[in-house]
Design a protein around this ligand. Structure first.
Ligand code: WTA
Length: 632
């Protein structure tokens, strides 16, 4: 990864961009939002519809379990669909979808409502009730969106599991959530091949005692095993009278659960963050509207996977609340050729493209000729998320894709934060590699381990000092873990500990360096070293293993494993390969290690903790640092 030390070069936004920007001024509004936090958020919330408005904007009595819009009655669907049906937005395109083979479908808001209502009625007929957790494991097809929205509509809680995870990872998440219904597809398309999904779900269901019902979308037509009274095809259910086009949206409390999303932390098993109907609606809609400068006529494309938080907040909820036309694409960016994305930008006239540094680097290596052979001049704004963007990727994105006049919104945030915490506005002068300044309402600081602010330009821990409406409500079924993970390090101060290292420069711009815990970001996807190590240890050859992240040109970071073998096993190339396949099979392809080295023992502290930091500094040829806690 590139260091952000080079003298930054400013990029001033063009007059064209600033003149039409939704928000024309930052400093004053920022100050206002800090001094009048509740008033600021009430003004934003007032732009949405409510069944009943809140009695109190923020209740911090149970901090860090903050309650926003207390007493407010809503449902995210009231804003994402229902209110649009009463305006001209009803006939506007909500979704433009293209499958990897080239098939395409579009849905107006009217059609979206029909699909979601039918799906919601089907779920109800299967006994799904308010508060039940429904697991969604799907390719990127419109039904994935419909399934999420249908759950929300009836007050059920969706738990989307990334479609690249193995059956075991899926079963873990189903079991943790006590979910009895799963929605999937027979498969999806990726790089010209069918990726099986229903067969993975079948294996997961065998490990999940709570699983009763599986609804499957026919996407590819491959043969799949369907069990009587457990497995149903969506198209069969849709032809039944129960699947009517009309379904009342369930009135919810602002603080009722909307979804769970599993994410990796530094220790233990993945945990489910809980997001709610009220605060999350307000936060995703406001951040999306302001940062991406959303206009009614825009065609907006967030090329993330709906299985991660970026997809939840900025493919689905924020954009639909803002009545945007969203683009959704099923497959690989370079299939069949490296200009697949640019072809779609031209074909559908996309104005805003939001993606990750890994995807940008992946397309950059094919060169300028691929974007150049398409007319992508409809693009007005670009966005980046998931990992720090290196200067080279930034410049290429800016020049080759943005033709030098599309500002890049580098947005820093987390599954836990629900939406952008640090992000520019289109009017913000940019420095490549910096996510710039805090979004409205957020007070940040870079501090040392004791909580003392470090001087400008020095590295420290990034903390958030004040609550915001997008903040997760808790960890599902484990509130103590929520407190321990995020609020114990700076308990006295009551600050949220992000787990990221960062610097602030003399202009108040933030530069994210990366995780300072054992979370690993591979291609922007979030994995935990503990989960990876646990799976390594299930292989019969392994005594124990340590997983660390090392820089990788394309992926940002890659997984490197140090493994201790049982004495009966020899450290061979074959075994290394077998262990890599083991990781793929048990967690997923994204978890395939870059390299595995074998060692006699792992460096540990006297209390038995693996010293991953030492493994990392040795691999990078850096000094060992403090070894006083190391065991003999
Ligand atoms: C990293 C993804 C640098 C960061 C939305 C954070 C970033 C973690 C950026 C959260 C960015 C996210 N620049 N790093 N613009 N955005 N990160 O939960 O380390 O999958 O803590 O949420 O991604 O990952 P998560």
């Amino acid at each position: 990864m590139e260091k952000n030390d080079a003298k930054p070069k400013w990029y001033e936004p063009s007059r064209e961009v600033t003149e039409q920007a939704n928000v024309k001024e930052y400093d004053q509004l920022y100050r206002y939002s800090i001094e009048n936090r509740e008033a600021f958020w009430a003004e934003q919330a007032n732009q949405l519809s409510w069944y009943k408005k809140w009695d109190k904007v923020l209740d911090d009595q149970q901090a860090p379990f903050y309650n926003w819009f207390v007493g407010g009655r809503t449902n995210i669907i009231l804003n994402a669909i229902d209110r649009h049906l009463k305006s001209a937005t009803r006939n506007k395109l909500a979704v433009i979808w293209e499958g990897e083979p080239g098939d395409s479908r579009t849905f107006s808001y009217h059609a979206l409502n029909r699909e979601v209502s039918q799906f919601a009625n089907i779920l109800k007929s299967m006994g799904v009730r308010k508060g039940d957790v429904v697991t969604i494991y799907m390719p990127q097809i419109p039904e994935q969106l419909f399934a999420m929205l249908a759950c929300a509509k009836i007050g059920a809680v969706h738990s989307v599991v990334y479609g690249g995870f193995s059956h075991e990872a899926l079963a873990d998440r189903i079991n943790d959530a006590n979910s009895r219904v799963v929605i999937t597809a027979d498969g999806g398309y990726r790089r010209g091949k069918v990726v099986e999904m229903k067969s993975v779900v079948n294996k997961a269901m065998e490990l999940s005692p709570t699983m009763e019902i599986c609804i499957t979308v026919k996407r590819t037509g491959i043969d799949v095993y369907m069990e009587n009274d457990r497995d149903y095809w969506l198209h069969d259910l849709k032809s039944l009278p129960i699947a009517s086009n009309k379904c009342e949206t369930e009135e919810m409390d602002a603080s009722d659960m909307l979804f769970l999303l599993y994410t990796s932390g530094s220790t233990g098993r993945p945990k489910a963050l809980v997001h709610t109907h009220g605060g999350y609606s307000v936060y995703t809609a406001t951040t999306h509207r302001m940062v991406f400068d959303i206009k009614p006529e825009d065609r907006y494309w967030c090329a993330a996977d709906p299985g991660w938080i970026t997809g939840h907040s900025y493919i689905v909820y924020g954009p639909l609340i803002n009545g945007s036309t969203i683009m959704l694409y099923e497959g690989a960016p370079n299939h069949p050729y490296p200009d697949r994305w640019w072809k779609m930008v031209e074909k559908y006239g996309i104005n805003i493209l939001y993606t990750s540094p890994t995807a940008i680097r992946g397309l950059m290596r094919f060169g300028d000729s691929w974007p150049n052979r398409n007319d992508i001049s409809s693009l007005r704004l670009l966005g980046s998320v998931g990992e720090p963007i290196n200067a080279e990727a930034w410049s290429w994105f800016h020049r080759a894709v943005g033709r030098g006049n599309c500002p890049i919104m580098d947005t820093w945030w987390q599954t836990e934060t629900g939406g952008f915490i640090i992000a520019p506005l289109p009017i913000t002068p940019l420095k490549p590699g910096s996510a710039t300044k805090p979004f409205f309402g957020n007070e940040l600081a870079i501090v040392d381990d004791a909580g003392k602010e470090v001087p400008d330009g020095e590295e420290g821990n990034l903390v958030i000092k004040s609550p915001w409406p997008g903040l997760a409500k808790s960890v599902f079924n484990d509130p103590q873990r929520f407190v321990d993970t995020y609020w114990s390090k700076y308990k006295e101060q009551g600050w949220y500990h992000t787990g990221d290292s960062a610097k602030k420069d003399e202009d108040g711009y933030y530069w994210i360096i990366g995780r300072n815990d054992d979370v690993i970001k591979v291609s922007g996807y979030r994995l935990g070293s503990a989960e990876i190590e646990g799976i390594m240890a299930t292989h019969p050859a392994i005594v124990e293993a340590a997983a660390i992240a090392l820089p990788h040109q394309l992926k940002g970071n890659a997984i490197h494993i140090t493994a201790v073998l049982k004495s009966t096993y020899k450290p061979t190339k074959e075994l290394e390969h077998e262990l890599m396949v083991h990781m793929e099979e048990h967690l997923g392809k994204i978890a395939r290690p870059e390299a595995i080295v074998f060692a006699e023992a792992l460096p540990k502290t006297r209390s038995g903790k693996i010293m991953r930091r030492l493994l990392k500094s040795r691999a990078l040829g850096l000094p060992d640092g403090d070894l006083s806690t190391m065991e003999e």
